[in-house]
Design a protein around this ligand. Sequence first.
Ligand SMILES: [Zn+2]
Ligand SMILES: [Zn+2]
Length: 247
Amino acid sequence: MLSALALAVAAMIAIIALRYLLASGLFALATARVKPGLYAGLNPQIRKEIGWSLASAAIYGLPAGIIAWGWDNRGWTLIYSDIAAYPLWYWPLSILLFLFAHDTWFYWTHRLMHRPKWFRIAHAVHHASRPPTAWAAMSFHPIEALTGAIVLPLLVFIIPIHIAALGAVAGVMTVMGVTNHMGWEIFPRWFVHSRVGNWVITASHHQRHHDEYRCNYGLYFRFWDRLCKTDKGLAARYQAEHAAQPR
Ligand SMILES: [Zn+2]
Ligand SMILES: [Zn+2]
């Protein structure tokens, strides 16, 4: 039993580390093509980003591995594999519920980590990326990594979710984590300024958090930032970039 658990944890660490390397590697390659020279001179920083991110992958893999082991052997979570177990409309709704719950947790723990004492201990590592790159997606101090690592493994005990929907949540988490840090806006101007785009966090929004620290704390949505008046809108250089783009 214990060896199966150890195997599940080791497998999840490997999967999360590979997922990080592939996603960040892919978008770093895209960056080199779309914005050549954007990461010029940042190699020492990128090496640190990769180191912290791989350490975070190990931390994320521990609770994820326990869940994978438990789901396989005991059926103790609310993860389901029979798509007919819930109405079909629940499938996309469960993804939104997971993202919103994750976003809520992230917003409030993130604000806490911007208190000076906690910032020094747990969050300065993430902000050491100036400017962040595609490799900074999981560049967290182990304490911050732990706060992120427990979210999905706890939610699967509270909100029922189909296994593929959970995969979709992990996919969104991965892609947004990378693209929000890579230093340029991948989403088209019409989307960023659309009614939906106005509530979604992309690079234009998160970059401003890295530029100014005390605003734009959210992860996926601007709901909490708007509600708590911490939303300052998009980073200035993206506004200029957008203005220069044809509509
Ligand atoms: Zn960030
Ligand atoms: Zn921060």
